[in-house]
Design a protein around this ligand. Structure first.
Ligand SMILES: C[S@@+](CC[C@H](N)C(=O)[O-])C[C@H]1O[C@@H](n2cnc3c(N)ncnc32)[C@H](O)[C@@H]1O
Length: 280
């Protein structure tokens, strides 16, 4: 199958793709993410196999760098394992370059969120050479790599429970020539070091409060938590107060120094990060 309209490869946008396919089908697609040579799309359900192949092959033909197209149908909460299908091409692993870091990644095995790009950039600059950092939910190194590379802390302990993500994390530490990162496989509540950290990254969105006691234990006498969660605007203040109340059950004081709105997560629901200064 091939589409009929010609669109220059260098100018391809979602709208351009919709126009290229307009004679054959109505493309319902809110956006796409390009990871190296792999394009990740989330198509509305209901397309036939032939239609999905047409969409995938048209993207490969018109997009400047896409060689493979992966349709992501869903993603589970805990280990962020995606359910996907390849609709064009075959090689699903590639190298995504962002903010001077190389991420080897396979979006059929692990998740990489484009909406968190600004937070990844912020994490690149928050630390300093005297710090020790614990990243409790490292995945393939989304925060660990830019932080370790650009802020140059003494050590980053990068914890990850999903073995597939952990394998990419280890490869990415080597790929980026980082000698200040120790990867740790397992549940952060069991494998996090204690009493070592100036800064703890809690980049996880589901009942993050379950991990707060572990995060505080990982800190030295004082330090900073980067606490991620999902919440509506209306419930934000109440949520902040409940996180601080829980933190103060495990520390002498807990104060929010910064609140960051990372991205829209669902209708009226946002991904937030609190920077919380802790004294034990
Ligand atoms: C959504 S990713 C977040 C990656 C990165 N922190 C970010 O925010 O972009 C969350 C990661 O936490 C891992 N994870 C979930 N529960 C965990 C646990 N109890 N201990 C360690 N890692 C865990 C998942 O496997 C997944 O790779």
């Amino acid at each position: 199958m091939s589409s009929s309209k010609q669109v220059p490869r260098r100018n391809l946008s979602v709208k351009g793709l919709q126009a290229a396919l307009a004679d054959q089908l109505d493309l319902r697609l809110s956006g796409w993410e390009i990871l190296g040579s792999v394009m990740v799309v989330s198509l509305d359900p209901g397309y036939s196999e032939n239609e999905k192949t047409l969409i995938g092959e048209t993207i490969v033909r018109l997009h400047p760098t896409a060689e493979t197209v992966v349709n992501r149908m869903s993603i589970d909460d805990e280990l962020r394992e995606p359910v996907t299908e390849v609709i064009a091409g075959s090689k699903t692993e590639s190298i995504h370059v962002e903010n001077g870091c190389k991420y080897r990644i396979d979006p059929t095995k692990v998740m990489f969120s484009f909406g968190n790009k600004e937070e990844r950039e912020r994490m690149a600059t928050v630390s300093s050479p005297n710090e020790t950092v614990v990243d409790m939910f490292s995945c393939v190194g989304q925060f660990t790599l830019p932080l370790a590379k650009h802020s140059r802390p003494r050590k980053v302990y990068a914890v990850e429970k999903n073995p597939a993500a952990f394998q990419f994390l280890k490869e990415n530490i080597v790929l980026n020539k980082l000698s200040n990162v120790d990867p740790l496989l397992g549940d952060c509540r069991e494998v996090c070091p204690t009493g070592v950290a100036d800064r703890v990254l809690m980049g996880y969105l589901f009942e993050t409060e379950r991990f707060l006691p572990t995060a505080i234990k990982a800190l030295k006498k004082r330090g900073t938590l980067h606490y991620h969660f999902n919440c509506t605007e209306e419930k934000l203040e109440g949520k902040i107060q409940s996180v601080l109340k829980l933190a103060s059950e495990h520390a002498a004081s807990a104060k929010v120094s910064k609140t960051v709105k990372v991205k829209s997560y669902a209708p009226k629901m946002y991904h937030w990060v609190l920077d919380i200064d802790i004294e034990k």
